[in-house]
Write a protein that binds this ligand. Sequence first.
Ligand code: FMN
Length: 322
Amino acid sequence: MPSHHLTTRLYLAPMEGLGAIEFRKMLAAIGGFDECCTEFIRIPTNPHIASLIKEFNPDATSPIPQAAQLMGVNPGHLAEAAFLLAEKGAHRVELNCGCPSNTVTGKGAGSSLLDTPDLLFEILYQMCKKCPVPVTAKLRIGVDDDLNFIKNIHLVQEAGCKMLTLHARTKKDGYTHPARWDYIKEAKKQLDIPICGNGDITSAESAIDMLQKTGCDHLMIGRQAAKDPLIFHRIQSALKNIPFEENFALLLRGIDVFFYEILKRHSPMGSIKQLASYILSQSPELKKEFLTQTYQTPHEAITSLRTAIDKLFIAQSLGQTA
Ligand SMILES: Cc1cc2nc3c(=O)[nH]c(=O)nc-3n(C[C@H](O)[C@H](O)[C@H](O)COP(=O)(O)O)c2cc1C
């Protein structure tokens, strides 16, 4: 392992819905990573910016710092929002240039910005100029192709961003096409700012593989953190070249934080089922059994999920599939 990997930082990916604050608090209780980020905060036209960012609390995931992510098209509004977020204590503000949703991209934001490099530059430039803390950008390779890729990654650096995160897929690739790590390697070759590689990290082995194949500085993990919340500890052990020891007690403590937090919601059932479908994905039987049952109350669903997770861990510790 090259020595610079001792400085590799691990980021929990922003994930709208799945990665809501209760999920981020769960992961923060389990730990093993350096930073998380809010889901995108949409800045529409004619915004009342102060009210859009009022929910942001940089300490909500303490001791893991929480950055803020913005999405929008208006350079002035985004710069103002970045400034106000920094005033509220954000240590980093990121621009979302990857969201494929048509409701978002229909208005020119998210991944649509990859097709309008001049606007993308203007937004990032104004954000960097106004915001007193580091501004970063999270890009995909492109919308349908890679024609703007080199231009886009360079303008991120020229605008003054302090890091580029690359989700190594086009918008057209969606989420399931294999991530194209060659583009992460190319970004590392072309730019001086740190590159955070993202896409298809599903194990400690694939994390090390990405570092070695692309030379990227940092790693970002999204969906695997919901399937296996200990993934960051696994990667840390691999980076330090020490054996990983399963820690079910830590995992359960984190999951209990999720249950505690999610019960504060008015309608928590959808979020409980969403987490269940990820965390039980290692056992199709347990997943099906949990998701096909009907629950009268969220508490009932939580008790059932807790039992399913216990069964999963017992089976895993015995080296069986549940
Ligand atoms: C449910 C879901 C919601 C997402 N929401 C966001 C978001 O709000 N902002 C963002 O930049 N990326 C978002 N993403 C993309 C992830 O941050 C990440 O780039 C992508 O999932 C690839 O990483 P992975 O293979 O480790 O999951 C989302 C992904 C998923 C699956």
